[in-house]
Structure formats: C-alpha cells, structure tokens
Design a protein around this ligand. Structure first.
Ligand SMILES: [Zn+2]
Length: 451
C-alpha cells in the first residue's frame, strides 16, 4: 500500500461536511483520500509539507481542444467566423499527422497539470483511428485524468460540418474505446456531437444514440455566434431536434444565445454547460451563458476551449467568467438607477464551478471535485508565502485572485504526484520538447500561416 500525507496545509475541501481547516493534513492511501484532519500519523507515509500552502481539489477543464497546443498563440486576433473556421478547421486540423496529435495532447496535458487542472474534457478531431490512438496515448503518458472526446475528423470540413449527414465514425470509436479507454481508471469516453447546428437532425440523433449505447457523455458545441439553428429572430430553434432528448449525459459548450426558457428546460433535465468566457468574448460567440444557467438554478463550468488562442489555465477562465457576470449583473442594477450593494457570484462559488461542478458535468462528482474521504486524490497545493500571495487572509480569495500558476507547488492525480516543488516530474517534458516545437513549426509552415 502506498501512503502519502499532505501535511499542515490550509485545506479548502469544498465539501460542506469536511469544511475548511487550518494546519490540517490529508491522508492518501493507494490513490484514495482516506482522512482529513489535524495531526494525522505519518507512519510509513511519504510526507509532503504544505505549511503556508492552500490545499484544494484539482481544477476541472470541461472544454478544451488539447491537440492545438503546438499551434498556440496564433489565434489571439482571430474571430470565429472570420478566421478560425477557415484556418483552424478548414486547414490546420487536416494537416495533423498522428504524432502531432500525440505531441499536442501531451504538452496540452502538461500545461493542464502544471497549472493545477487534474481533469480535462479533451475535445478531439481525430482524422483517423491512429490519430485518436495517439491522442489517448498522450493523455495516458502525461497522467492526466481525462474524458477523451471523439469528435468528427478534422480532415474535411465540408464533409463533417454544416449540413453534414455523415455520422461519427462508429467503428473507430468502438475500437478505441475497447482498446484504450474502457479499462483505464483515469479515462472516460465522450462523443463530440455536431448537434443540429452542424449536421442534419437524423445524424445528430444517431450520434446521440451511439453515445448513449456506449454510456458516453455527449458534448455538443451549440448556440454560439450565428450558427445555423441559433440565429436570433424567427429562425431561432433552441435545442432543435435535441429538445426532447436532453439529460445529464448531455453537455453544451458555449450556449451563448439560448433563450432563458431553453436554458431553464436544459438545466431541469440535468444538462451541463461549459462556458469558455475569454474565447467567447473575443471570437464573437456572444455573451457567456453563465448568468442564464445561474438564473435557471444550475451551475456553469469553465473551459479554456482553444489553447491556439489563450493560455491553458482554468483559473483564468474562473476569474474572467466570474467578473464578466458580476459586471453584467451590476450593470443591470445600475440601469435600474440603484446602487450595487453586493456581488452576484462569490469567489467560493467560482472555485466550485472550477472543481466540483466541472466534475459533475463530466459525471465524475462521486470520484473527484472535493477533498472528501472516499474520493480519489486529485489535489493541488497553492503556495502563499511569497510577496505576491502573502498574507493569505482568505485562502479562497488567494486561490482565486492572488495566485498564478507559478504558485501551484504540488499536483497529485489519483494519488500520483505529477508536480512537486513547482516542477512537473514527468521526464517526457524534456525528452519530447524539441519534437513538440518542431511539430508546431511544421504545421504552420504547411498551412502557409505566417504571423
Ligand atoms: Zn470547442
């Protein structure tokens, strides 16, 4: 049995029964959190000193395209309909070789782990089965907990998008699931649906049926920009053919333009929402759906979406998403000629959306998302003893607003330490780095993109 104790930290468990404890220990045995308390026995345990650290559940990124990591920093001036579809989906994605999927996925996963995200939904566009295999290999080699999302291949936008009547590649999905995902404790399968915005109804429904047969989450890009069924006015169709099919196994990425009544209906049916606020605000998706989901009694979750555009840390999305919603709510009060006398979302709520609510969206709330005995040990520690973070009067506010990825000292996934003393422990970080950079350079070269 392996026994690890995270000692003497400020534990922000986000579990109401465990609460928040100063000078407390978290005992982990064989990857499971077994006890949280003060002065636990360190017998036969590896000790990680968390003095002057906040101990948190790892972040969950509920929507990210990890394979874009080696083409990072190219889309910062792009809009969705102006450049992104043309250059990314219409060009670069088709140029990916299997090893590019591996290298992007690997370093995307490293970025996640380094910045405190221990679980991610990786929305993938595998051009062939081998592309999918390499993407999954990357997740396994990095040691990230992940929901691997098999989406439409990225090699032929005309075939797979808009009015597509071609279903997701069922044979490949089944084979990959069988061979690499089903028996891996850290991996789950999702299907990346085009939904009625991007394929004909029959195909959208068939893809959903396949997801349900495989017990896989169905995650769908919907209701952003002026996508076909989401346009304002008379053509607005809400969830279209999915309206009567909604359930907790459906996850919506973006959802900016859904009417409140449609969000109400979706939340009632248990649908989860992934808001990717920074990308949405830049690229023309519309106002983030956060407020509508909260109004409906649900809890949104955060995603980075495209690391070709923005940095991969979920904590930035937590901050941006919360502050944008506070701004919108404040403005509404001001426009009613009243004073703003409180904030609409607390830091603790935003932190929950980045952890337990993300876990719930991915169907993992019984396994991760809080520091709770019986759950798997996906934990991070945030250092609070330098001149950027000290004094940490409120550990929650320090974690939300005052710290950056450089303060994330230790990261543990399923009880395995993947970052210690501020450095990733995986030797592949150094060993594969040159190949990773070369892959990005080759892809942009072939795509003819010169920035
Ligand atoms: Zn996306």
């Amino acid at each position: 049995m392996t026994r690890t104790i995270i000692r003497n930290g400020t534990v922000v468990s986000l579990d109401p029964d465990v609460g928040q404890l100063d000078d407390a220990d978290v005992l982990v045995e064989d990857g499971e959190i077994v006890e949280v308390g003060r002065g636990l026995s360190t017998d036969n345990a590896e000790v990680i000193d968390a003095t002057d650290h906040v101990v948190l559940p790892g972040f969950v990124d509920s929507h990210i395209h990890l394979a874009q990591t080696q083409v990072r920093g190219i889309a910062g001036d792009w809009s969705l309909m102006g450049e992104y579809f043309e250059h990314m989906l219409g060009n670069i994605t088709g140029l990916y070789q299997p090893e590019d999927m591996y290298l992007g996925g690997l370093f995307g996963a490293f970025e996640k782990l380094h910045t405190g995200t221990t679980t991610a939904l990786d929305w993938s566009y595998p051009n062939t089965l081998e592309h999918g295999e390499q993407a999954v290999d990357a997740l396994q080699d990095a040691g990230l907990r992940a929901v691997y999302t098999y989406g439409p291949p990225g090699d032929d936008a005309a075939k797979w998008w808009f009015d597509s009547d071609v279903g997701l590649p069922e044979g490949n999905i089944r084979e990959l699931h069988e061979a690499k995902i089903r028996d891996d404790d850290l991996l789950d399968l999702a299907l990346g649906l085009r939904g009625p915005d991007f394929c004909v109804d029959e195909t959208a429904l068939a893809d959903l049926e396949l997801a349900r047969e495989l017990d896989a989450l169905a995650t769908v890009h919907m209701g952003a920009a002026l996508w076909p069924s989401s346009v304002y006015g008379e053509d607005y169709q809400g969830f279209g053919c999915l309206e009567d099919e909604l359930g907790p196994d459906v996850n919506v990425a973006h959802g900016n333009h859904f009417a409140q009544e449609d969000v109400d209906h979706a939340v009632e049916q248990g649908v989860s929402f992934s808001s990717t606020p920074e990308v949405e605000m830049q690229m023309g998706h519309g106002i983030p759906v956060t407020g509508k989901v909260l109004e409906a009694g649900g809890r949104p979750t955060w995603g980075v979406d495209v690391c070709s555009n923005i940095a991969g840390d979920v904590s930035s999305q937590m901050r941006v998403g919360m502050q944008v919603q506070r701004m919108l709510d404040n403005q509404e009060v001001l426009e009613g000629h009243e004073e703003v006398t409180g904030v609409s979302i607390s830091c603790r709520d935003a932190l929950k959306m980045a952890t337990i609510e993300g876990a719930r969206a991915l169907g993992l709330e019984d396994e991760i998302g809080t520091i709770t005995p019986g759950k798997r040990a996906d934990l991070i520690t945030v250092r609070t003893n330098d001149f950027l973070t000290a004094p940490a009067h409120s550990p929650v506010q320090t974690a939300v607003f005052q710290s950056d990825p450089s303060h994330i000292d230790t990261v543990m996934v399923d009880g395995e330490v993947v970052k210690r003393d501020g450095r990733l422990t995986n030797p592949l970080v150094d060993e594969e780095f040159d190949r990773f950079v070369a892959s990005g350079e080759r892809l942009l070269d072939e795509a003819g993109i010169d920035l």
